[in-house]
Design a protein around this ligand. Structure first.
Ligand code: 13P
Length: 251
């Protein structure tokens, strides 16, 4: 069975001291729990890495540049993320796509780089509310997947997770229902195996994200198709994030 993956995306929140406090609480209560990853802002990565060192908590970057170094003012490379202890990186979050010009092409370059460097890429896909209303959900996701994962080999699935994050559910308090999420997860899984040639035996971790809370996580995470959660707002508070993690561990 795939171990569920629960990732806390802290976005542009918390000063380093606050991030360290939260990381410390997580380490204290979860030191031996596998499959929990936190994605603090860049400025907190190093101090947080020192706190979680030796624990089972994983560390993720929220974004990186696809070039390895050079004159890219304001950017951070994947090598830099790895250097401060990241084993995971979010790629193509809808906020990057909508606000900072991320495209399927740049997602693809980043995914290839992550594979080369042995970093687990968490590739985010999802439709807007307008696209869902217009019946375009599956075609939007298909385009994001085929562009973002172009040229990846079958074995690379071991270093990949897909996060389905409907844009209309992010930060709105309006989560996808388990049925809505399962439908899309099935579609993604089929795409990965049939179109991408990934080996079914190796499984594929498909996470759900978008207004996941302690109140709705159990019904989402009990679905076999949902292999974990990408949590925004509710991961900023120890009690709510802990409740979601606990729920992911229940059979
Ligand atoms: P919320 O959980 O705040 O809706 O954010 C989801 C998200 O964007 C995680 O990456």
């Amino acid at each position: 069975m795939t171990i569920p993956l629960v990732i806390g995306n802290w976005k542009m929140n918390m000063l380093a001291s606050e991030a360290c406090d939260l990381a410390r609480s997580l380490v204290d209560r979860l030191s031996a729990v596998e499959g929990v990853v936190i994605a603090p802002p860049f400025t907190s990565l190093y101090p947080v890495s020192q706190i979680i060192k030796g624990s089972s908590l994983g560390l993720a970057g929220q974004n990186f540049h696809f070039e390895s170094k050079g004159a890219y003012t304001g950017e951070v490379s994947l090598k830099m993320l790895k250097d401060v202890g990241c084993g995971y990186a979010l790629i193509g979050h809808s906020e990057r796509r909508q606000l900072f010009g991320e495209t399927d092409e740049t997602v693809n370059k980043k995914v290839h780089l992550a594979m080369q460097m042995g970093i687990t890429a968490v590739v985010c896909v999802g439709e807007t509310g307008e696209q869902r209303k217009a019946g375009e959900t599956l075609s939007v996701i298909e385009t994001q997947l085929s562009g973002g994962l172009a040229g990846l080999s079958g074995e690379s699935i071991a270093h990949l997770a897909i996060a389905y994050e409907p844009v209309w559910a992010i930060g709105t308090g309006l989560n996808a229902t388990p049925e809505q999420a399962v439908d899309i997860h099935k579609f993604i899984r089929k795409f990965l195996f049939e179109r991408q040639g990934f080996s079914e035996k190796m499984g594929a971790r498909i996470l759900y994200g978008g207004s996941v809370t302690p109140e709705n996580c159990a019904e989402l995470l009990r679905e076999e198709e949902i292999n974990g959660a990408l949590v925004g707002g509710a991961s900023l508070n120890f009690e709510s994030f802990y409740a979601i993690i606990k729920s992911s561990l229940e059979p």
